[in-house]
Design a protein around this ligand. Structure first.
Ligand code: EPZ
Length: 423
């Protein structure tokens, strides 16, 4: 198994170019099933999850030309498409559920064996199914008890759907299904993440009629067919936030390129509260941690536009060394403090009580053997490794490879002392 070896490093300096967003490209790739014509997707990050989604689409019968060295994937789902997603691929990537709506529209059926929970939570999909049933989809309840989604739909009819929680995946699955349903669908309490907007923009280019993406109410007027298009994926706001935090906590000075500041308002606000300087310029966002002391702040994760849950562990890395105590409350996932144990191996002395972590801060951390407990937590322990005395050895780094393209290369270009070793 590969590992990262991270040594205490100089402040990060220089510039880094952010890759395309993993959480935008995955639903967009799923949406290519909605047309028989070729779709060209650009600025695709070369990530493990993108590979898995390519394999999934190929297993369903789509032809996929994956040119990740050019960050391009071309997909053409022409002719017969299978309706069953292979379990060995679904268990590698929960986001496989994103093909559910498109499969139903394309084949009239979808069979997806649900993986169990993962490190950060149970990851139920009852909201996805609530929306699809409202559109006229029949779900086999006996199969569901065995963890298998076996759904059928002859035709879908638009309706009004309320989401009990603004689930990102449920919003994406429902608008994909509604795009080709008969009539109008109103989705209330929808997720507002930028990745939803990017998916809606892709679908509208294909000929869909979606309004309100990015707000809590999305209106979809069903159309009869969609065409193949070319699309550039938005930059990854979580990768950008990770490097911004790294610049601040190492007391560095880094220019983050290919980033949309609007997507990072909560993270920028919190970095400024901690004493970092964050300047928006023509060619990107410059983050500096070398002009003032980095001090503590409190974080509460919320659905967008609140502070993103995916930034919770990277930001906690900064709080372990910031001056003063911090409180972090995780409201989105029920078990997303697995990284606290890893920070504590390095001397962070964090206490957890339910969905609340107390970080005393001001620690001089020591390198240790740690584990990446999810993809964001893996990046977070690399960041603490950059400021900890000695060597930090990070294992289970396949998690990191799922969400960060060329992570080691980008960090080394900023002066980080990190290397990947194959055991
Ligand atoms: C997406 O996951 C992202 N993944 C996650 O990023 C991200 O953390 C999450 O949204 C929240 O922003 C992709 O886009 C591929 P949710 P998703 O449905 O769609 C509960 C990363 O690090 N819920 O908004 O699965 C659920 O249990 C990954 O890149 C229900 O209760 O997130 C969770 O507690 C990790 N019932 C909360 O909502 C449902 O039917 C948020 O889930 C659906 C969700």
């Amino acid at each position: 198994m590969a590992k990262f070896l991270v040594q205490k490093s100089e402040p990060l300096t220089g510039e880094v170019t952010i890759s395309g967003a993993k959480n935008a490209v995955l639903p967009i790739m799923a949406a290519t099933l909605l047309t028989e014509e070729k779709c060209e997707i650009k600025d695709v990050p070369a990530l493990r999850d993108v590979d898995v989604m390519c394999q999934l689409l190929e297993s369903l019968g789509a032809s996929v030309d994956k040119r990740l060295d050019e960050n391009v994937v071309e997909i053409k789902a022409e002719g017969d498409i299978a309706f069953e997603a292979p379990f060995d691929l679904v268990k590698m990537m929960r986001a496989s559920i994103l093909v559910l709506g498109a499969l139903l529209l394309r084949t009239g059926r979808a069979v997806i064996h649900l993986p169990g929970g993962c490190a950060i939570g149970k990851r139920p999909v009852e909201l996805h199914l609530k929306g699809l049933k409202a559109l006229g989809v029949n779900v086999d309840e006996e199969q569901l008890k065995r963890g298998i989604i076996d759904a059928r739909a002859d035709s879908l009819r638009g309706t009004t759907i309320y989401l009990d929680f603004p689930s990102v995946g449920a919003t994406e699955v429902i608008i994909m299904a509604a795009a080709l349903a008969d009539g109008t669908t109103i989705l209330e309490n929808a997720a507002q993440e930028p990745e939803i907007v990017d998916l809606a923009n892709f679908l509208n280019k294909m000929g869909a009629r979606i309004k309100g993406a990015g707000t809590d109410t999305i209106k979809v007027d069903g159309v009869t067919s969609l065409k193949g298009v070319s699309h550039n994926v938005i930059p990854d706001r979580i990768e950008a936030g990770t490097f911004m935090v790294g610049a601040a906590m190492t007391r560095g000075n880094v220019l983050i390129k290919n980033v949309v500041p609007d997507h990072l308002k909560a993270v920028i606000a919190k970095l400024k509260e901690c004493g970092a300087s964050v300047e928006m310029g023509e060619d990107g966002i410059r983050v500096r941690g070398d002009e003032a002391e980095i001090t503590s702040t409190d974080i509460k994760t919320l659905p967008y536009p609140g502070f993103p849950t995916d930034m919770q562990s990277p930001f906690m890395a900064l709080l372990t060394v910031a001056k003063g105590p911090s409180v972090v409350i995780e409201t989105v996932f029920e078990n997303r403090f697995m990284h606290v144990g890893e920070f504590n191996r390095m001397g962070a002395n964090i206490k957890v009580n339910g969905n609340c972590s107390i970080i005393p801060g001001g620690k001089s951390l020591k390198g240790a053997q740690v584990v990446a407990t999810d993809l964001r937590a893996g990046a977070a322990v690399v960041l603490t490794g950059l400021v900890a005395e000695g060597t930090t050895e990070v294992s289970q780094i396949y998690h990191v490879d799922r969400g960060y393209e060329k992570f080691v290369e980008k960090l080394r270009a900023l002066g980080a002392n990190i290397m990947r070793v194959e055991e």
